[in-house]
Write a protein that binds this ligand. Sequence first.
Ligand code: FRU
Length: 552
Amino acid sequence: MRNSLNKLEKQQIISMLTFANAGGALVTTRKGALQSMPTTEEIHKLLETNIRNEDKYKPGVHFSPPSHWMNDPNGLVYYEGEYHLFYQYHPYSNKWGPMHWGHAVSPDLVHWEHRPIALFPDEHGAIFSGCCVVDWNNSSGLFEGSHGLVAIFTHADTCPKTGQPRQRQSLAYSRDKGRTWHKYEGNPVLAEEDLIDFRDPKVFWHPQSERWVMVLVAGDHARFYGSKNLIEWTLTGEFGKGEGSHDGVWECPDLFELPVGDSGRSKWVLIISIGDNPSIPEGSRTQYFIGEFDGNTFINDNWPDHIMWLDYGRDNYAGVTWSDIPEQDGRRVIIGWMSNWKYANETPTGAWRGAMTLPRVLSLTSRDEDVVLTQMPVREVEQLRKTSVSRDNITVMAETPFTLQTNGDLLEIEADIDLRSGNEVQIRLKSSGESETRIGYDAEREWLFMDRSNSGLTDFHSSFACEHGARLAPINGKIKLQIWLDRNAVEIYANEGLVVLTDQIFPEAPIERLEVSANSGQVVLNSFHIHALKSVPFPIGADEVPSRGNDA
Ligand code: FRU
């Protein structure tokens, strides 16, 4: 241990004591002296089981904080072999509060190690959402001839003159791969006195104009700024008034270019999350626009009233993409907060609250004149498959459903469904008790839906128990569903990610049975694979502990 004990964060002390306690528990239940000493692996195993018993909704494959409240993903960046995931974090409560940036790192987007809190609130306020970039050429002058990470985020406080909320953009930098962070002395670097909502900067290097571009949101529109050094910013354009959905305040923008299939063309994607509005049952959700970026502003390819949703479930919000994934890899990977402002503070999860979606690769494809986004979990998720069962050619009728006992409650399901004469096919995910989550496809309406009204605990908020869905056209009379089930959520990808539904569920008992049925007529499961998944350990990184003192 390189640092003295009094420099440790409360959470680190809790983790160390929990670890020691679990080791002690193993020692006292064994006979003999030496033989009773547990290995680290055994202690981790015991801890994992304890967590599972204590907290049945703690996800097994989705990222969640070690404890307490989490919302948006922040500062997503790949640097020197590591993916960084920072997140809006309240380390002293399981409800939203003064925001910090929590931190985790991963070699593969699947196995995350929790790291100490990266950014604490300071004299300029709480640390709201933002991004990280690699300053490869030391354009900021912060890296003494080398390169490093710069976080660009919103400082949120109250304006002393007006008493109104104030949001300004600030910088922090790290010279040691994100282990320790320093706030920039000249913070804030961007303020607009007249804008009350002015937040969530996302920055990227734009080679054509040889400068950094920042997109951020200001209530009902996105604004674009340019900078040579990440420190001085000039407004270059605005987009959004009267465009797309304005059901809620605009939040968490992202802007990037993607190829359109193999057409040789590319398009720009502008992602905008929109906040909750009491009169909208869907709550907070995410829309996207397709168009061009000319270095100054975004130009929409579609009519202003054309609205495209990223996800048709209720729990995918504030999603943004990783910066600096190497060109040889070439993927654009997004992760979202798997909750909804409508009920996020009420979910029945316990001492922790909030999880992320699976990380997903975004692609563009052409559909009936339109260019649309598709998304699928990153291929790294495949390493979680433990045991698999495959069946082909199963005919399902109303009287003869297909049922299967699942091997665990962490599952990946792949179903190629030939709709034949069936008018509605349903996949029911059932617990030992009464609860079930229904996924269905209504062939007549060409409608994919998810029904969580009887999925377990739902009464913590009046809008949680619901059925919702999206239009999905079959392809040659068939649909393909890929489903990931965790202890707290289900993600449904239809026709290779053309339509996606992400929803939290809180089953009273673990899901243990699966039933595929047809309301009438017959459907054929051309193929059906079900993979039991390994539970991912999310260890708490123990060394290289930075102290608050570093956070100047
Ligand atoms: C989105 C959001 C952001 C803000 C952050 C505060 O969920 O409201 O606009 O920066 O959360 O935690």
